[in-house]
Write a protein that binds this ligand. Structure first.
Ligand code: IVH
Length: 675
């Protein structure tokens, strides 16, 4: 191979490997086998050995684990890693503001930056001339452990700092960057699933999993863990100073460090308190765990003036959310049958208040999970709502046992339909194999009618159970055969509610294609996947006839999802339901006549900053994307519009500086025709 061919192949391999890394580590949805991946890596390694001049510090070969260490070396930080004082109430937050004003002798409002408090492991990263040279844990604040090899394996950690688009920035000689290593909730679940399958004990929570992975002596093991990082501060930086925390965050982003997208500027302490409430509400929807917010004085000169006491700066404070762990007892363990027949053991708890919500049930996931945590009926347990909607049992308090606890065994036959229960090879779950199992039927219908699917208001759990029990409906399509008369025959069904339900059913006949696809309950097709499929195929009919290859050609679809979709559309019972839906007049509105490209914002790129008053960020994003616009997190040359809400962050001045069109919320609504 000549030099030119080697350059070309090396570049090709690097981009392929980076792509598959993303599939594996970030999306938890690999497209190629481990062996195929190893082959790509092997080829790149050999080429780099043969052409050492072509090795770059950011090559994916630099991320794979190195030989195991005996122990971690100590690592002294250039500047100490401080910790934060805590505020537990609104009064504490106001005290913090009052204290700062007093110390600075000021009466006017202090500008702050507010950030999510990420629940992970703090690290210090050292870059020499822009190249990642060392990284360590916090340790006692002055000296930590050298975990450089492990940090290298984090796919989103820049191995080489480059200046991004826009304003050129000088890369300092040597700099310390501070951040938090974490694992996303979904990736954590996947990791634990694999551990259970391999007979290894699961991690208690994403933070423990992140800490355990970062403190692995064998970095080849760390390389297989779905670690991620957000950066939020700088330590010592030679040859560069910053005016404000916002400038720090902006520069970090500009240099290619992952910076959390929920950081905001706050004009005064009231803004900070409002942000605390907002983030508490948003918490459950975030893909990673946060345990509070951090409030920081924005102005670096003021930070310096305020200084630190003992080990915490006076210019920042952590405000935790209400505790989400609680102790209670398991009254009994029930088994729930899902729409695909999977049996999920559920703990029925003595009700307790956790993080402001009364909890009386917690999922136990599977027999394997129960065995691993040795959970028994009547046990005293610690439960948590880890920001997640579904509460979980963290662990059993064994010292509370008195010998009356009862071990749980999965039943051999389904309690609902009497069919056999099987555990398929390679699956953690037990399944009821009864096709006519009423529990499965109920769940399929409930899913079909649910908010994210056909959104039939009033068709809740109890009513669905009644309708299935009285044989009024057997499958989702039967919903459209219901009449007010038939409903009137049901217990506790008033005339008015029957009429309301009939109206809701009628309204559901014109669903968006993605809602209809999601409603069918195809395995592995969640809301995100349904959107992707709708965008590609435009109609259910086209999706129905899609071949395996058509599906595999789509960027985000792997073999497992593709197989699940084709299997679904081969099943006569499923085709029958679809046919019945069509006959009942369920049909998404035609989109062909009004292609997305004709919307006013189609193809335009949007960046949102600050708080919107009339909708959440997610809703804004849905609106932008459904009209063919592009949602983006940061302002670049390609940005068409910046929509600035209340207390807009650093994106606003950046947009102003580059002359991008800035809209307020009303302008945005007008633009999308909603004002
Ligand atoms: S700033 C001097 N920002 O909280 C301030 N810390 O108790 C240094 N943390 O050790 C930290 N999210 O592990 C900062 N947005 C954030 C953070 C954050 C989480 C952690 C960090 C630190 C601890 C402080």
């Amino acid at each position: 191979m000549d030099n030119e061919a080697a350059i070309k192949r090396i570049e090709e391999l690097r981009s392929l490997i980076n792509y598959h890394n993303r599939r594996y580590y970030q999306l938890d949805d690999p497209e190629i086998s481990d062996i195929q991946y190893d082959q790509l890596m092997q080829e790149l390694t050999e080429l780099e050995q043969a052409y050492p001049d072509l090795v770059t510090p950011d090559s994916p070969t630099r991320r794979v684990g190195a030989a195991p260490l005996e122990k971690f070396e100590q690592f002294r930080h250039d500047t100490p890693m401080l910790s934060l004082a805590n505020a537990f109430s609104e009064a504490d937050i106001r005290d913090f503001d009052g204290r700062i004003k007093r110390l600075l002798g000021r009466t006017e409002s202090i500008r702050f930056v507010v950030e999510p408090k990420l629940d992970g492991v703090a690290v210090n990263l050292v870059y020499g001339r822009g190249v990642f040279t060392a990284g360590s844990t916090r340790g006692d604040g002055a000296v930590g452990e050298d975990v450089t090899q492990n940090l290298r394996t984090i796919q989103t950690l820049p191995l080489m700092v480059v200046s991004g688009e826009g304003i050129p920035t000088v890369i300092p000689e040597r700099m310390e960057i501070r951040g938090e290593v974490y694992i996303e909730r979904e990736a954590f679940k996947g990791l634990n699933r694999r551990r259970l399958e391999n007979g290894e004990p699961p991690f208690a929570n994403p933070r423990n999993a992140a800490a355990g992975s970062l403190r692995q002596l064998d970095s080849r093991i760390t390389a297989k863990r779905p670690l991620n990082i957000f950066c939020y501060a700088v330590g010592q930086i030679r040859g560069r100073s910053f005016q404000s925390q916002l400038e720090v965050l902006d520069t970090l982003k500009h240099w290619g460090f992952p910076v959390n997208s929920h950081v905001r500027a706050a004009l005064n302490i009231d803004d900070c308190i409002a942000y605390h409430h907002q983030m508490d509400a948003l918490r459950a929807t975030l893909p990673y765990e946060i345990d509070g917010i951090v409030i920081k004085v924005d102005d670096m000169a003021l930070q310096e003036e305020l200084g630190a006491v003992s080990r915490s700066p006076r210019w920042a404070i952590a405000c935790k959310f209400a505790a989400t762990q609680e102790t209670t007892t398991i009254e009994k363990i029930e088994v729930q049958v899902g729409r695909t027949g999977v049996l999920t053991p559920v703990a029925i708890l003595k009700p307790v208040r956790v993080g402001g919500v009364i909890v009386s049930r917690a999922t136990l996931h599977s027999q394997g999970e129960i065995d691993n945590k040795d959970i028994r009926e009547r046990d005293t347990v610690i439960i948590q709502r880890a920001g997640d909607v579904i509460p979980e049992v963290v662990k059993v308090i064994e010292s509370k046992r008195d010998g009356t606890e009862i071990k749980f065994v999965m039943p051999s036959h389904c309690r609902e339909c009497g069919s056999e229960v099987v555990r398929l090879d390679g699956e953690a779950a037990h399944r009821c194999i009864g096709l006519a199992c009423p529990a499965q039927i109920r769940e399929r219908i409930r899913h079909f009618a649910s908010r994210g699917a056909m959104d039939i208001e009033g068709l809740g759990e109890k009513l669905v159970a009644q309708l299935v029990e009285t044989a009024l409906i057997q499958d989702p399509a039967d919903i459209y055969d219901l009449t007010a008369d038939r409903l009137a025959g049901l217990e506790r069904m008033a005339e008015k509610s029957a009429a309301n339900l009939m109206a809701a059913i009628e309204r559901s006949k014109r669903p968006a294609v993605e809602k209809l696809i999601f409603a069918l309950g195809i395995r592995h097709v969640g809301e995100r996947m349904a959107r992707i499929l709708a965008k590609e195929f435009k109609s259910l009919e086209k999706l129905e006839t899609a071949a395996m290859d058509d599906l595999l050609n789509i960027r985000d679809i792997g073999p497992e999802v593709a197989a699940s979709i084709t299997t679904f559309f081969r099943e006569p019972a499923n085709l029958n339901v679809i046919k019945k839906l069509q006959l009942a007049g369920v049909k998404p509105p035609e989109t062909e006549d009004a292609p997305l490209s004709e919307s006013a914002i189609s193809g335009k790129s949007f960046v949102f900053t600050g708080t919107l008053l009339q909708m959440t960020r997610n809703q804004a994003r849905e609106r932008v994307e459904s009209l063919g616009g592009v949602w983006s997190e940061s302002v670049t040359k390609k940005t068409d519009y910046v929509v600035a809400g209340e207390a807009a962050g650093s994106k606003l001045p950046k947009a102003q500086a580059t002359g991008i069109t800035i809209l307020d919320e009303q302008d945005f609504l007008k633009l999308i025709g909603e004002s």
